[in-house]
Design a binder for this molecule. Sequence first.
Ligand SMILES: [Zn+2]
Length: 212
Amino acid sequence: MHKILWKFVQLAKKEIIQNDFECIFSPHKKIMYGDGTMAEGFLDVQKKLLKCASKAEKWGEIFLHEYNHFIQYLLKTPHWKKYMNYPKDDFFFDWILGKKYNEQTLSKTHELVRNVELECERMTVQMIKKNGLPINLEQYIKTAAAYVYFYNFARKYRVWYKPECPPNKSKNIMALMPKTLNGSFTKMPHKILKAYESYYLNDDRRIYGRKR
Ligand SMILES: [Zn+2]
């Protein structure tokens, strides 16, 4: 592993622990989140835990993403505050799993969760730049954009992706991604929506979905 990144991760870990959180690197490709779904990393503010799968292919990037969620929490950033002040923060995923909510609640929670992820990704990009971290920035930005856009796709089709099929696995999606995260990501351009539709039309690539 690159020395600069290693040093940076050690410092970040120290800061996390100093704030009474646990910071665990689990030697697996995937780890289990509280609700039973698999992930490569997560931050749980109730349990005060940041956990990463240290054998995930891009675990450094996963860690940076979760670490920035931690910083959002610590600094109470504008989008984090809005997200946390909403009565229940996992509405959106509950809905994907089959729970019923009214349109207004759903639209609000979808917007809040997408914005908190976009804010986190913008912060992560700044962190990579500022610290000269050895990460391919153009690739990172496009992967982040593909992830944020997925929230709009998920809202339209009520699906999530299988952990082995994140949107950045699709060359067609990646080719259409912006080079910056300056956009608001509130709307999905037609071409981009089509690329997601053709990639996730395949049942093997998506999970959950409406109970039929
Ligand atoms: Zn996130």
